[in-house]
Design a protein around this ligand. Sequence first.
Ligand code: NDP
Ligand code: 8X3
Length: 258
Amino acid sequence: MSLSGKTVFVTGASSGIGEACARAFAQAGARLLLCARREQRLRELAATLREQHGTEVLAFALDVRHRTAVEEALAALPPEWAVPDILVNNAGLSRGLEPLQEGSHQDWEEMIDTNVKGLLWVSRTLLPGMVERGSGHVINIGSIAGWEVYPNGAVYCASKHAVDALTKGMRIDLNGTSVKVSSVDPGLVDTEFSRVRFHGDQQRANATYAGMTPLRGEDIAETVLWVASRPAHVNLADILILPADQASCTVVHRRQES
Ligand code: NDP
Ligand code: 8X3
């Protein structure tokens, strides 16, 4: 699969699915724009990709929650990087797992500001250039949590339902512009996601995947790459991708651990 010469912007590329996407797109010959808050990690990833694949990479620290920071960072890109061919809106997180009546305001703000508003700020800044050029592809990383709601996860689920609505709305509003909009919606993927959700409690994070085989970031990246490399007239609109052990948010087959 070749994406030679295409410019791909992956948000949240410092770990997990975003990092795996960066590696997959680099292997496919793309040039990469990468952002996240942890700049050192991005620098190390960029160095590896340059060395392994000769990839052209521009990596920069960015907190997608801050609209003016997003606008300024993207306005400061060199002209040949300014309008990516493919935008992977991946930056996102969950915080907390408790009944709504006990939820933390701070956790809620972090999820909504990142998963919903961050995706909006990046998309709003880049879409006019794609429309003007007459080509582009936005791939939003949604979730099974945008298809279902599970106990104690209402706000994270709401944020991913919002991503689903934004994917559908973007696709409607961009119809006729030659800019495609897709969504890749994973179930359980073993990344830093659960450690972040449980505020660094690794034991609790590990329990999320106990006795079952979760997806890996690479599984999602492979699908994102497939979505991105279809012919111009084909749009894979929405893909739900689950571990074989998972049937729904709450139905997960777990083996007894010996
Ligand atoms: P990780 O925690 O491993 O990665 C999250 C990435 O998002 C990191 O690179 C992080 O970088 C970045 N990020 C978080 N907040 C911000 C911010 N404010 N600004 C910029 N970047 C940010 O988790 P995943 O790889 O699993 O998560 C990636 C996406 O996949 C998320 O949207 C998540 O909701 C979704 N998803 C995950 C699933 C799973 O089971 N793991 C299942 C379904 C969907 P940094 O901290 O350096 O800023
Ligand atoms: C992540 C999947 O079910 O852990 O979006 O919320 S889940």
